[in-house]
Design a protein around this ligand. Structure first.
Ligand SMILES: Cc1ncc(COP(=O)(O)OP(=O)(O)O)c(N)n1
Ligand SMILES: Cc1ncsc1CCOP(=O)(O)O
Ligand SMILES: [Mg+2]
Length: 280
């Protein structure tokens, strides 16, 4: 048995906790929140700055890249052009999170490459059906919500609640990241309901104690279980829904062992495997 070192800036991706930046928060505070979230184990940081110009987003990405320092994947909301320009400027940009009205995920995959992280918003069975017919390997995950009403996204779709999420996610062709009003109160329930992870804006970015909030959510989604000990028992565990979605996904749902060498709870269960699949 040997420890597996994962470069979290380049994958495989840990989807259990994604910090999405809050454009209402001042930059120094935002930098602290990002640092705290990554310290707590967030595997993905998404720049969401809808009011910012492309140049402003590039500046922000440079700041975030410096704070993250390769400890997590940095992705961009909506803007494939900005993601590509930031890469061109030498920043570590893992990929994008696209909405239904953004450029097609197939374009993003083609331009960002096989190793990129590409997420797509999907809130309905129709969205799931559209995701399911994309070429295998186009998408890494679906962003599903909102779970609760949230002021962070005005005009958001109807709130699913945890039960609605469970019912919807049961039909998902890819790992689902739950978003919208998520806190430590229900992050664990969402994982139990089938989420590969949660995406969080205000509970961390606007918290008085972002480090405490990030740690509480990280604990709730099981980050920290089996840290540092990995064995190669992931391939069998990866058979099932996620693996059927394509070989890229199967490769991401490797299983880890606990410190005593026994397999993690993901063995034989691809959803749990997805939640436990990264050794750091
Ligand atoms: C992880 C995750 N899921 C969903 C969204 C929502 O993205 P989108 O539909 O593009 O809406 P905006 O964020 O652009 O308002 C997301 N950003 N992240
Ligand atoms: C970007 C986005 N998409 C759906 S809800 C949401 C915002 C979630 O923010 P918060 O975690 O503050 O509720
Ligand atoms: Mg978007």
């Amino acid at each position: 048995m040997s420890a597996t070192i994962v470069d979290r800036a380049t994958g495989p991706w840990d989807l259990r906790l994604q910090l999405v930046t809050d454009e209402r928060v001042e930059r120094p505070r935002l930098r602290r929140a990002v640092d705290a979230a990554v310290d707590a184990g967030a595997g993905v940081v998404q720049l969401r700055a809808k009011g910012a110009s492309a140049r402003e987003q590039l500046d922000l990405l440079a700041e975030l890249d410096a704070v993250i320092a390769g400890r997590a994947a940095l992705i961009v909301d909506d803007r494939l052009d900005v993601a590509l320009a930031a890469r061109d400027a030498g920043l570590r940009i893992a990929g994008v999170h696209l909405g239904q009205s953004d450029v097609p995920p197939t374009t993003a995959r083609r331009l960002l490459g096989e190793g990129a992280l590409v997420g797509w918003t999907a809130n309905t069975l129709e969205h799931f059906a559209a995701a399911a017919v994309l070429p295998a390997g186009t998408l890494d995950y679906l962003g599903v919500g909102v779970i609760h009403p949230t002021a962070t996204k005005p005009g958001h779709p109807p709130a699913l609640g945890v039960d609605g999420f469970r019912a919807l996610a049961a039909h998902a062709p890819l790992p689902c990241v739950a978003i919208g009003g998520v806190t430590e109160v229900d992050a664990g329930e969402l994982v139990a309901a089938g989420a590969a992870g949660v995406a969080v804006v205000s509970r961390i970015c606007a918290a008085d104690d972002p480090a405490g909030a990030a740690r509480a959510i990280a604990d709730a989604v099981g980050i920290g279980v089996g840290v540092g000990v990995g064995v190669g028992v992931g391939i069998e565990a990866a058979v099932g829904t996620a693996a059927e979605a394509g070989p890229r996904i199967a490769a991401q749902v490797g299983i880890l062992a606990r410190a005593d060498g026994s397999p993690g709870t993901g063995a034989g269960d691809p959803v749990s495997a997805a939640n436990e699949g990264i050794v750091r």
